[in-house]
Structure formats: C-alpha cells, structure tokens
Design a protein around this ligand. Structure first.
Ligand code: SAH
Ligand code: SF4
Ligand code: F3S
Length: 472
C-alpha cells in the first residue's frame, strides 16, 4: 500500500496522472473516478472537485470501470499534454460503449480552451467544466443524467473556493498542497494559462491559515502553498493587506513542526522580504523554484517575461547572499520564436552561472490564441529545438549530478514521508532543499511525519542515500 502511495506521489510530482482513492468508497451510492494532468494546481483542484461531489453523495474510486462518472482534469500547456488527454479519452470510450449511462466529464484547462467545441470533437464527452465553474458540477451532472450534454466554462474574477475543504485523496498523510491564488495576469507570450485560468485573484489569507492549521491538527507536517506567481499574492478585505512574505510568516507561525514550501516564484516579483522571511523561520524550506525560460534578454523580452538576464542573475545572487544553502530549480524553454544559436548559448551560459539543482526543460510548443501564436512565426525548426533541448538537458544533468554529489558527507533534517520506493526497510523524505533522501529504518522506532537528521553517504542524480544520525 505504502509502495503504491509513494508511486502515486512520485507520479504526481512529475505531473502525470493520478487517480484518487477514497478511504471507504462503499459508503457512497454513486462513484466517480478522476484523473489529473498538468501542474499541481490541477491536482489541488481535483481535491476541491472531490469535495463538491462528496457533498452530493459521490464517493471516489480508483477503478474507472466501476464509476458512473469519469472525470479527466486536463492541461493545455503544450500540445503533447492535450494529445495525452485525447488518447486517454479513447481508452474511456471502450468502457463507455459497454456501459450505457456512464458519464464522462472534461475539467480544467483544456475544457476552458476548447469549450463546447470539445463536445463536437470528442463525441463521448458529456460534460465540459472550466476551472472556475466546479461549484456547478452537480447541476451539470444532473443535466447530463437527463440526457443533455452540459457545459460551463465561465471564468470568474472572484472564485477561490476558499470555503471548500478539499478532500485529500491519495495522500501520504504528511504533505499537502494548498492553493493560495488562482489565475495569472502576466501574459507571457508563449503561455496559455492566462486564457485557461483567467485573472489573478488571491484567496482570503485567514482561510489559508485555517486550512493549514487543520492539516497540521490532522497530522500533516508539510504544506506547499500554490500559485502561478506566488510573489504577487495580495489579499485585502479591510485594513492592511497581506503580501506573500506576510502570508508565509502567518503559516510558519502555526507550528515549528509544520514545514512550509511554495511554488511558483516569479523572478520579476520575488522580494527581499520573502527571502528574509524564509531565512528567519527554520520551518520555511530553503528551496525556490524560479523559472528563467531563457538566458537571453532579447528572447525574454519577446516572451514578455519583463526581466533581463542581468535581473535574473542578480536575483539568484541575492538568494544566495541571504540563504547560501538555498536549493534552486528552474524551467527552461528551447527554440522560442526567432531564437538564434547564440541566444540559445546564452541560456546554457546562464545555467553554468546559476548551477540549478534541478530543472524542468521543454521545447517550445505553439499554443493557439496566445500572443506568440498570433504575432510571431514558430520559426525554429523542430529538429533544432530538439537538439537545443538536448544540450540543455545534458548540461542540467551534469549540474544535478554535481549538486547531489556535493551533499555527500553533509547532514540534513529530513521529514519522513513514507517507505522508499524500492524497499519497506527504508524510509524516504525530503530535506529543506527539496532533495529526496533515502535511508534505512534501522532499529529506531519512527513513523512517517517524524523528523530525523540524516547523514548522506552517497548519491544518484536524483536521490541522496544516507543514514540516521539523530532522531530530531
Ligand atoms: N507560472 C509559472 C509557469 C507555469 S507553466 C511561471 O511563470 O514560471 C510551467 C512551465 O511550462 C513554464 O515555466 C514554461 O517553462 C513551460 N511552458 C509554458 N508554456 C509553454 C509552451 N507554449 N511551450 C513550451 N513550454 C511551455
Ligand atoms: Fe504562464 Fe507567465 Fe503566468 Fe507563468 S507567469 S502562468 S508562464 S503567463
Ligand atoms: Fe496545465 Fe493549466 Fe496547469 S494549462 S500547467 S493545468 S494551469
């Protein structure tokens, strides 16, 4: 069981599908199945959807063949993400053909992008719901049960689902994701998110703190605060507003035993206040995901990232001045419109300077409706994009290996998340810098959710291997 959970968590991190699992699915008369693709926001939304459906008497199942409602929470970020969803729908079709009455709903970013067109393109789909319309899902299901296809893709300027307590599905009981905002106002020219998720809005700070407190009371020991651009979090109802550094502090103060992480930071908005707050509280993890996208200023302008190469480098310098041991990761896109060989080499040289511990790397995929699709020609040949991506990946692999090797001999505080993937004789958990650490359980009587000090003896390119020195 723990093996399975770990597998699901791992897959989750890599943005692949997961299927939630209710503790006792038999207490519900109707069953739903949900699969999620894309970023953590989508996985987090699926837990909100599960909560809404549970109120309506639906229980989650892991087996879509026994579900009366099959939902797929989709991603539009790259063409490949959409293709994966379409292939998955074909698998559902086979089941549906033999099970009249089974309903199929498409949620998330692809639903928002394609709207009612989805019903024409994929005949098996009964329900299409955008990310801001999940409260209307029960009504849409009723309509569909009555034989009418139903769609709600209205975007909202206010919806944050602040009052909905997400049903934690497929949880390890130790770490949880908490959405703190929705949407994005940045309009990076390559990106579909502002179109699929709508305007940026921040969730009530107190409702975030309450959710985190509740998680802590239920035994969780780590929360990751989620937003497309957490640094622009700002909530105000009356009086003084809450900025992201203040919110971080409010969550960190819940308990020194509750770890706090967050994602994603934007280089244009991350402030010294955030960095100082991170440094001040031991329980705020020293790890920042700071997507750079490109190391060349002209390309960054073309992408409308609104910072330069120098600005990005100065932010990284500042992070390391304030937190010398801070873990750092990034996102990179190869072959954006008009990118020259020299500009590509600027990305490689920036990576050499920053020495990221980890990176998500992609070749540019044109998305319909974005500014880049409308204004710029997707003129870097596919082969060139692929070759540049390979160079980026090779360089990053060598940096990641080095970064993990450098940790040999060091001792880290690790939060135990569960059994390691390979053996139930070993624990796994992450250090503050977000690196996975695996170590023998030994004779200590520990459980998941405990903190331990682990000395690293060896490393692969994505895991540190060590032994317990002290029970923290
Ligand atoms: N809000 C985050 C990113 C969210 S999307 C930020 O601003 O950094 C996650 C990543 O997908 C992006 O950082 C980018 O690297 C990648 N991405 C987005 N659109 C893409 C596209 N059209 N082609 C290739 N990669 C893309
Ligand atoms: Fe997309 Fe840019 Fe917003 Fe990130 S900041 S979600 S890349 S538009
Ligand atoms: Fe994908 Fe939507 Fe997230 S496009 S990356 S699921 S916000």
């Amino acid at each position: 069981m723990a093996e399975l959970l770990q597998k699901v968590i791992e897959e989750n991190r890599q943005g692949e599908a997961f299927a939630p699992f209710a503790e006792d699915p038999n207490q519900y008369q109707k069953k739903f199945y949900i699969e999620s693709y894309g970023c953590q926001m989508n996985f987090s939304d699926s837990e909100i959807v599960a909560s809404i459906l549970q109120e309506e008497g639906f229980g989650a199942t892991r087996n879509y063949e026994e579900a009366s409602l099959v939902l797929i929470n989709t991603c539009s970020i790259r063409e490949k993400a959409e293709q994966t969803v379409r292939n998955r729908l074909q698998a559902f079709k086979k089941i549906k053909d033999n099970r009249p009455g089974m309903l199929i709903g498409v949620l998330g970013c692809m639903a928002e992008r394609l709207k009612a067109k989805f019903l024409e393109e994929e005949k098996l789909v009964d329900i299409v719901v955008g990310p801001d319309a999940y409260r209307t899902l029960p009504g849409l299901v009723s309509e569909a049960e009555g034989g009418q296809k139903s769609v709600n893709v209205l975007l909202s300027r206010e919806e944050t689902y602040a009052d909905i307590a997400p049903v934690r599905l497929d949880s390890n009981g130790v770490t949880a994701f908490v959405s703190i905002m929705r949407g994005c106002n940045n309009m990076c020219t390559f990106c579909v998110v502002p179109f699929t998720r709508g305007r940026e809005r921040s969730r009530d700070a107190q409702s975030i703190v309450n959710e985190c407190k509740d998680l802590f009371d239920r035994g969780y020991r780590e929360v990751t605060l989620l937003g497309q651009n957490v640094d622009s979090y700002y909530y105000t109802s009356s009086g003084e507003g809450v900025t992201f550094d203040k919110l971080l502090e409010m969550v960190a103060l819940i308990s020194p035993l509750l770890r706090v992480r967050f994602s994603t930071s934007h280089p244009k908005d991350i402030t010294d206040d955030v960095l100082h707050t991170m440094a001040r509280y031991d329980n705020i993890c020293e790890y920042i995901h700071l997507p750079v996208q490109s190391g060349n200023t002209r390309i960054l302008q073309h992408m409308n990232r609104t910072y330069t190469r120098e600005w990005y480098l100065s932010k990284v310098k500042r992070i390391r001045e304030i937190m010398p041991d801070c873990g750092l990761s990034t996102d990179v896109i190869s072959g954006f419109c008009t990118e020259t060989e020299e500009e590509h080499r600027d990305t490689l040289s920036l990576m050499e300077i920053c020495r990221f511990d980890m990176a998500y790397m992609f070749s540019y995929s044109e998305r319909p409706g974005t500014l880049a699709a409308r204004r710029y020609e997707d003129d870097v040949e596919e082969e060139v994009k692929k070759r540049r991506l390979e160079e980026i990946i090779n360089l990053q692999n060598s940096h990641s290996r080095q970064s993990y090797q450098n940790d040999i001999g060091k001792t880290f505080k690790v939060l135990i998340e569960g059994n390691s993937k390979r053996s139930d004789q070993d624990w796994c958990g992450r250090n503050s810098q977000n690196k996975m650490v695996v170590f023998p359980k030994s004779t200590y009587n520990l459980s998941k959710g405990d903190y331990v000090m682990v000395k690293v003896n060896s490393a692969t390119s994505a895991t540190l291997i060590g032994e317990i020195t002290v029970v923290a």
